[in-house]
Design a protein around this ligand. Structure first.
Ligand SMILES: Nc1ncnc2c1ncn2[C@@H]1O[C@H](COP(=O)(O)OP(=O)(O)OP(=O)(O)O)[C@@H](O)[C@H]1O
Ligand SMILES: O=P(O)(O)OC[C@H]1O[C@H](OP(=O)(O)OP(=O)(O)O)[C@H](O)[C@@H]1O
Ligand SMILES: [Mg+2]
Length: 303
């Protein structure tokens, strides 16, 4: 590689997120909960990082993998569906330039094959010789090859679900979340090619400057935030002999801290629980001997 082809060293990290769409608000909120703030510039394309040297680039989601591949930005928040499709489109035998760094637990959807309601589905072989409309031609093409099914891929950039009704295709391969769009078009999902959610994408190789430390800091904070999602601190007291049964009711809890109360048989327990702490669970714990149950929100955690 000639020196001029090396990505320029930078002392700030650039993170691309969707400008407007399904992922833009949750992506911003997630980065904010990692302690990032920017000089506000909602309508423009660039937000200057104030609390840390981490800037935001607001773009179309489809552009994010390419911006990372070209070194224009360092990290990006994008659907796994977009990342995987473009990884396949870009792969030409060489090493991938970017990869998924973290799954972010929002923007869940599936890339499904769907067929007309009237079809009696009896397996993938039924797609042989059929026309399948999709905005994910690389993912669909790779799956068809894997299955050794010859079918025609009809690439469309949107409104894929209407293609069978218009006679453009026999089946489709598109994103599904509630399934309402499929139902409205008399289609039914029969296969899932990819389970998707928003992901943090970053380069496949480490940065060679201060961005490496900035990215590591961001990842540590992100992991702390993701780990605490839905987590609560549970406080209660219990008699020592009831503790094993109580812990069985808390399979999602970290090993609890236990303190003896008044030198007697009563223990005060505190446990970080990662699942939802519903009223039903509290009632079950009470029934098993827990007293003075309290559920507290956890804002930050640094392991
Ligand atoms: N029901 C859904 N349909 C489509 N995408 C969904 C759904 N639920 C979650 N997503 C995720 O949200 C991402 C962004 O969806 P959106 O519809 O905002 O994209 P877009 O129209 O391509 O936006 P842009 O204008 O940035 O190109 C998808 O790539 C996918 O990962
Ligand atoms: O299973 P559902 O909850 O119905 O969601 C699935 C639909 O949502 C997306 O379209 P979107 O609404 O983003 O429209 P567009 O892709 O045509 O912009 C996707 O392309 C599907 O059409
Ligand atoms: Mg898009």
């Amino acid at each position: 590689m000639s020196p001029s082809a090396l990505p320029a060293a930078r002392d700030r990290l650039r993170v691309a997120i969707q400008k407007s769409g399904r992922l833009s608000e949750p992506a911003r909120a997630l980065l904010t909960s990692c302690g990032l703030s920017w000089r506000e510039s909602r309508d423009r394309l660039f937000c200057y990082g104030e609390s840390l040297p981490v800037d935001l680039l607001l773009v179309r989601d489809d552009d994010i993998p390419g911006l990372i591949a070209d070194g224009v930005c360092d990290l990006g928040i994008v659907g796994r569906n977009v990342l995987a499709e473009q990884l396949l489109q870009r792969s030409n035998g060489g090493a991938d330039k970017y990869r998924e760094w973290r799954a972010l637990d929002f923007g869940a959807c599936r890339l499904d094959i769907a067929v007309p309601d009237g079809w009696e589905w009896d397996g993938p072989a039924q797609l042989r010789g059929k026309r399948i409309a999709t905005s994910y031609p690389a993912l669909l093409g790779a799956w068809l090859r894997e299955q050794a099914i010859e079918a025609e891929v009809v690439p469309l950039s949107g409104s894929v679900e209407i293609a069978p009704r218009l006679g453009q295709a026999d089946a489709i391969c598109d994103l599904v979340s509630s399934g309402a769009t499929l139902a409205a078009n008399q289609l039914k999902p029969v296969l899932t090619l990819l389970k998707s959610e928003a992901v943090l994408a970053g380069p496949a190789t480490p940065f060679s400057d201060v961005r490496e430390e900035l990215a590591a800091l961001l990842l540590r904070r992100l992991d702390g935030v993701l780990r605490l999602k839905d987590s609560k601190l549970l406080l209660f007291q219990a008699q020592r002999h009831t503790v094993p049964a109580l812990l069985k009711l808390l399979p999602d809890a970290e090993p609890p801290t236990m303190l003896q109360v008044d030198g007697g048989d009563t223990l005060a327990l505190q446990a970080l629980c990662h699942g939802a702490m519903t009223w039903q669970r509290l009632e079950d714990l009470k029934h098993a001997g827990a007293r003075g149950l309290m559920v507290l929100p956890v804002e930050r955690m640094l392991a």
